[in-house]
Design a binder for this molecule. Structure first.
Ligand code: NDP
Length: 285
């Protein structure tokens, strides 16, 4: 069996480099300070065998909730009192919220992406091309389907996760969804409106890595988004900008999942600019 990644390994996988401080904690605490909230966002490493005790501990100690990451996103479900709609569909939780004394699991990754997208366009009835079929793609795909997109084409390097995601989206949300496996030089169809990189291509240190697609097929009417937070300007987004597309970078998704988490826990709508500035400082952008 594959050994679960530690919290530090997971941070390295998310941000592409070992980080001295957890960027999410820095971002959250910047928001708390800005809004005069006497709250704390702590980074606590929990071994898989201690997960149930940790959740029960958080509950009795009065935590408003917590974020969790790999290897706990699926296992945590067994220790919660219920799930939000999209978390139930994707069977993965990254944010737990206390509601009426109960711990409810949500998934804010896809919701953060959707919030960033909605600042630029209404996704209803749009045709989406999404590269990738891992955890980030799954979260984004489910939220886009619930938001009423017309079609999602998943483009993935290998078939297994691609087939699983297409099956999930078709069965759970009833939208039109198809899979393209592993082309070297994928051409984005001219009728696509939203194009997303939800793979890890472009993450530090492989900052020059390119998606297996033909950039000449990106057209000015397309909104092009990337999940990569570090560095936020990837070759994919540079190509898209050069072709006149509106772009959304991976920091926007990260900031917006934080904004949603803070609102769930505190009821306050946090200032996204303050949070983005804090992240940019951590990443030296
Ligand atoms: P996973 O490991 O679950 O999935 C990775 C995906 O990328 C798979 O679809 C994989 O294809 C594909 N992939 C990896 N390398 C290549 C390559 N060289 N060429 C083509 N496809 C490739 O990772 P996650 O989904 O959890 O995370 C993906 C990225 O999303 C990470 O880099 C992370 O930083 C970012 N992320 C950003 C967030 C934000 O808030 N901005 C939130 C969460 C994640 P295959 O199935 O064939 O292996």
């Amino acid at each position: 069996m594959k050994k679960p990644r530690s919290f530090k390994q997971e941070l390295t996988a998310c941000f592409g480099q070992p980080v001295a401080e957890n960027p999410t904690q820095v971002m959250m605490e910047a928001a708390f300070r800005h809004h005069g909230l006497d709250w704390r966002y702590l980074t606590i490493e929990v071994a898989p065998e201690g997960l149930g005790d940790a959740v029960r501990g958080a509950k009795v100690m009065g935590f408003a909730g917590f974020n969790c990451t790999i290897p706990h996103k699926v296992a945590v479900i067994d220790h919660l009192d219920g799930l939000g709609e999209s978390a139930a569909l994707m069977r993965a939780v990254n944010c737990v919220v206390r509601r009426d004394g109960k711990f409810i699991g949500e998934n804010t990754d896809g919701k953060g992406f959707l919030k960033a997208l909605r600042e630029v366009t209404d996704p209803r009835d749009q045709a989406v091309v999404m590269f990738g079929a891992g955890g980030a793609a799954r979260a984004i795909g489910v939220e886009l389907a619930l938001a009423g997109v017309r079609r999602i084409t998943i483009v993935n390097r290998s078939p297994r996760r691609g087939e699983e995601l297409v099956e999930l989206l078709r069965s759970a949300t009833n939208i039109s969804c198809d899979l393209v496996v592993g082309p070297e030089d994928y051409s984005v169809p001219a009728d696509a409106n939203i194009v997303i990189n939800a793979t890890s291509v472009g993450l530090f240190p492989d900052v020059d890595a390119r998606l297996p697609m033909n950039p000449a097929t990106l057209r000015p009417h397309m909104i092009v988004a990337d999940v990569i937070p570090n560095p936020p300007e990837t070759p994919f987004l540079r190509e898209a900008k050069a072709r006149g597309c509106r772009v959304i970078d991976g920091l926007e998704m990260l900031v917006n999942q934080g904004v949603i988490g803070i609102e769930y826990w505190t009821g306050i709508r946090a200032d996204a600019t303050v949070m983005r500035n804090a992240l940019e400082e951590v990443f030296g952008v």
